[in-house]
Design a protein. Structure first.
Length: 157
């Protein structure tokens, strides 16, 4: 199946120059570099609720010239799709590294993810949901297991 994951703001988030978000997938205990998505912000400002912060499988850098002045709000580019076998769902996790959020409580409060499967079925998942587990692996690094959640969603659709 093709899978895309994008991070979005649940509440407005203030970003500073040199803030970043890096995400990738851990499948069967291994992090796959081809799934790495990185977004670097080279300016200060607010990302509004519902706006994209980052996504899988591409690298982007943003400065003031990246956005058309007066023609919309700041938002990261869409994530790309990556192939994941349904057999790989067991143990599938999202690895999130960022210097924007400093602890799991803030992460749950301020962010969520949008998961799209096979370029059509998509659902938004606020990190504040009780069935979303977030491990604080080290400073600026979080692990979010997706296997149980995705399996339930695939069975129900």
């Amino acid at each position: 199946m093709e899978l895309s994951i994008e991070l979005y703001c649940q509440k407005p988030i203030f970003i500073k120059s040199d803030n970043y978000i890096r995400v990738n997938l851990r499948i069967r205990g291994l992090v796959y570099p081809e799934t790495t998505g990185e977004d670097r912000y080279q300016f200060g400002g607010f990302l509004l609720s519902g706006k994209r912060l980052g996504g899988l499988a591409r690298k982007c850098s943003y400065d003031h010239s990246s956005f058309y002045a007066g023609l919309g709000t700041v938002e990261a580019k869409p994530g790309k799709y990556t192939n994941v076998s349904e057999n790989d769902l067991a143990g599938l996790a999202l690895i999130l590294e960022t210097n924007i959020i400093s602890n799991p409580g803030e992460l749950k409060d301020f962010m969520g993810m949008k998961i799209t499967i096979d370029k059509g079925k998509s659902f938004s998942v606020p990190f504040a949901r009780p069935d979303i587990d977030i491990s604080w692996n080290s400073q600026n690094r979080y692990v979010i297991p997706l296997d149980g959640f995705l399996t339930k969603k695939l069975v129900s659709t």
